[in-house]
Design a protein around this ligand. Sequence first.
Ligand code: NAD
Length: 466
Amino acid sequence: MYNLVIGGQAASTASRFPVMNPASGEVVAEAPNASAEDLDRAVAAAAAAFRELSARPEEERRKLCEAMADKLEQHAEELAQLLTREQGKPLNGLGSRWELGAAVAWARHTCTLSLPVKTIQSDNRGTVELHRKPLGVVGSITPWNFPILIAVWHVFPAVLTGNTVVIKPSPYTPLATLRFVELMNEVLPPGVMNSLSGDDRSTNLGALMSAHPDIRKIVFTGSSETGKKVAASASATMKRLTLELGGNDAGIVLPDVDPKAIAEGVFWGAFINNGQTCAAIKRLYVHEDVYDAVCEELVNYARTVSVGDGTDEASALGPMQNRMQFDKVARLVADARTRGRVLIGGEPGEGLFFPPTIIADLDDGMPLVDEEQFGPALPIIRYRDVDDAIARANNSPWGLGGSIWAKDIDRARGLALRLETGSAWVNKHVAIQPDAPFGGVKGSGLGTEFGEEGLQEYTDIQVLSY
Ligand code: NAD
């Protein structure tokens, strides 16, 4: 039985909603459907806990975070199994066990960070110090693609800096997060971390959180459309915001590549988590000199990838997570089939299974190229002039990540720096790591996560002068 945790206590709700296994369509469990009153209680519990947590020295909070990381690691397999059942991703490959491994790595790294007092001036005129102060109650709103990893990205820096948290997972994938919060509460003082799940229909908890007067910050990972709503409703209370939103990342393949050597990296750069990844390659520009060979090698690699129920240890990709996203991908692929050349896939499978689909000979201005598909369908675009390819990559309302694939690393580095993106990679994509700041430019978001820069976002500055 899955419950909310409010003020350290398990809390039930009057109504519940079903969470489906995307591989089978069966109900995994019923999740609590929290009300506006539950939200108020969770915020009040977090506000009460904030007074005590924020008064503790950083070293004590670090110990709490280390205990959280230990709990997470001890229960990694349990959480991975649950994640596969509600999210659909395979246990193996870049699936649930990978997600839990990454979550532990992020948690551990965050535990090593610190924001010491910075002395700006210390002389006979006086002393000026910069202090970093926690904000208060942080509202964390997470999506359905990497529920545990993203929860860890939100809550560890929040607690380390002395904030308390109310976390709300996506209605598609609430279970692993509810269990995660239960586990964290085994080592945290009551009220430091509270969970709310809801179906988004009876009560839109995310909207209420964004407007709540006693929540001081929202850290949101999700679609650009919802992110804009969060920003609009947060403005009335001047909340701090970190928004990690959508993207339409380009990969650009230069003519000097060895097509076979890059195929695996490009494939997983695009198809990680079935393409349901914010910073995956969503359009691939390939130079005409290597176009046919790159297409062929990508298809050769795609043929080796097994798609099946995520609980099958042999599956490298599972089903898509939900019908809404499946229908979007099906629509974009159906349109792209009429315009380009299907190299592999192209037909929706049974249930929510959609085979890895690669469609060549597409161009900018076509929906599969211009829209964020967020699914297992990669459009390939031929180019002749690399400056033109960079311009096309940058001609986007988004700016999350981008990559250059080349043998000549110096040249690739120079080109990567011309991408208007928060992250730019050479011969890799979505290569995020806990010590490197990550965030979007343009419509892909606001603010930064990870590393010291990410930690700072959970604080306000106070300058002390004496
Ligand atoms: P979504 O925006 O539909 O939902 C995200 C969360 O917002 C969910 O918890 C949802 O319940 C909540 N929500 C719904 N309405 C709300 C409202 N009015 N106010 C506040 N919160 C509300 O996104 P999704 O479909 O879960 O995720 C897919 C999208 O997320 C993709 O566009 C993807 O690119 C993006 N994403 C971005 C990153 C990143 O780090 N940049 C990571 C993962 C996903």
